[in-house]
Design a protein around this ligand. Structure first.
Ligand code: CA
Ligand code: CA
Length: 449
């Protein structure tokens, strides 16, 4: 699995982690320090973001719950245990939550499986009645659904949200216990207006909205929109999302029905970074089997001076778009591998979109383009976003993707940016071996300690 150069980089990384912990130990509890000393290395749950590892290393860095006392180190295997360990969203006590196995968010406090029908209880919602009420043929296309069935849909959606949205407080590490297929299925982790969060070694699957909303004004033909991202950062700062896997499986978009001629989309984002979120490092994740994968900025006016995100050593495979869709911020995309083959019906539209004056530096990434695919379609933009950077490969060949894109499109990408990345630990100045390397080192289940 690991090439010699990869083993070398792992050793380097271990050293960095230990020295970071030693520096941080001055401010840590004695128990944590003793445990670290005994282990000879910091255990997975107590690891902190290495120095200079992307934007999340800026300023105070990202330590998550590393300073937790022993009363705030939890191991959870059920939804109810996870909710209890997270506690109040405004409680900033440092905490480490180790997830063992897969937690099904669609279960009640007693662990009983909940279906979409369970969330409609007492609301009066039915899809058939909803479809009848807002059929464009009778309701028209000029206004959003309102009235009895829309109220009922919103109530049912709120019931599901109450169950599946997990609010992550400040100073929290959420980490999967190695060897247990750790993760959350059907859930949405939400870090809202909090600082210092680590999310590692978890598989996020099947985040599904039972109650998509019809918006006849979305695009020229209307769209069904869903509410939940697997991980959603809203006004969150210092977040390290590392070694996770994101997938729609087992219900893939190809199984979505169509209503009013549009796909009844039950998925929203995989990892969305919006509403003035800032200082985020997205590292060694696998994004797969998904459409709208990563939004940075929720609108073209989201938040100026924030939305600074580093995205490195991730695999993007079998995804349709937003890898990421970048707005406004200073965004560093390096050493990623994008496989743009259509997989499981997920047919790529583009990978990186730079719009709303986004200042993207994309360097030393590798793209796989299937036979017949067009390099000019790998990027996207609105004519105001920038994409700078060199060293990118398409099918192993050095390619100026921006030049190729601009030659074929009228809304051209700008080629200069207003910043120079400085927090670049681990940056490799060749993308040549990324496909092989990342196949064995990105995603959940790779970390063993
Ligand atoms: Ca949406
Ligand atoms: Ca979203």
């Amino acid at each position: 699995m690991a090439s010699p150069s990869h083993r070398r980089s792992l050793r380097t990384r271990r050293t960095v982690l230990v020295s970071t912990a030693a520096v941080a130990a001055a401010g840590l509890g004695a128990a944590v320090f003793a445990m670290n000393a005994n282990a000879g290395a910091v255990d997975l749950a107590h690891q902190v973001l290495p120095a200079k590892d992307g934007w999340a290393a800026s300023g105070t860095g990202t330590t998550g719950g590393a300073q937790a006392d022993s009363a705030h180190v939890f191991t959870v295997s059920t939804r109810a245990q996870l909710v209890k360990a997270l506690g109040s969203a405004t409680n900033s006590t440092a905490k480490i939550i180790q997830i063992k196995g897969t937690i099904d968010a669609n279960t009640n406090d007693a662990g009983k499986k909940l279906t979409c029908a369970d969330y409609t209880a007492g609301t009066g919602y039915s899809l058939a009645a909803y479809l009848k009420a807002y059929d464009p043929a009778t309701y028209g296309r000029s206004k959003l659904p309102s009235g009895t069935q829309e109220k009922a849909r919103a109530a049912a959606q709120a019931a599901q949200a109450k169950n599946i949205v997990f609010k992550v407080p400040a100073n929290t590490t959420l980490v999967g216990v190695p060897g247990t297929n750790a993760g959350i299925t059907g859930g949405s982790l939400q870090a809202k207006s909090v600082d210092n969060v680590i999310i590692r070694n978890l598989t996020f699957s099947a985040t599904e909205d039972c109650f998509p909303q019809w918006d006849p004004t979305d695009g020229s033909t209307g769209n069904w929109n869903s509410a939940y991202d697997s991980v959603t950062l809203r006004g969150a700062t210092h977040v390290w999302a590392d070694h996770n896997t994101f997938t729609d499986a087992p219900h893939l978009d190809s199984a979505n029905p169509k209503y009013y001629g549009r796909e009844y989309q039950i998925h929203d984002g995989a990892l969305d970074i919006t509403n003035g979120s800032d200082l985020v490092t997205v590292e060694r994740n696998q994004f797969t089997n998904h459409d709208k994968t990563m939004l940075i900025g929720s609108s073209d006016t989201d938040s100026v001076g924030k939305l600074r995100v580093s995205i490195h050593h991730n695999v993007w495979k079998g995804i349709v778009q937003r890898a990421p869709l970048a707005r406004i911020g200073q965004i560093h995309i390096y050493n990623n591998y994008f496989d743009t083959t259509t997989i499981n019906g997920y047919a790529p539209l583009y990978t990186v979109n730079s719009r709303a004056k986004a200042q993207v530096v994309a360097e030393f990434n590798a793209w796989k383009l299937p036979s017949g695919g067009k390099a000019a379609k790998l990027l996207s933009g609105d004519g105001t976003g920038s994409v700078a950077g060199t060293g990118n490969l398409v099918n192993g060949t050095a390619t100026d993707l921006v030049a190729v894109y601009n030659a074929a499109n009228s809304k051209k990408l700008k080629t200069t940016v207003n910043w120079k990345p400085a927090l670049t630990a681990g940056l490799q100045t060749t993308a040549k071996n990324l496909a092989t390397e990342l196949a064995g080192t990105a995603g959940a289940g790779v970390l063993t300690k």
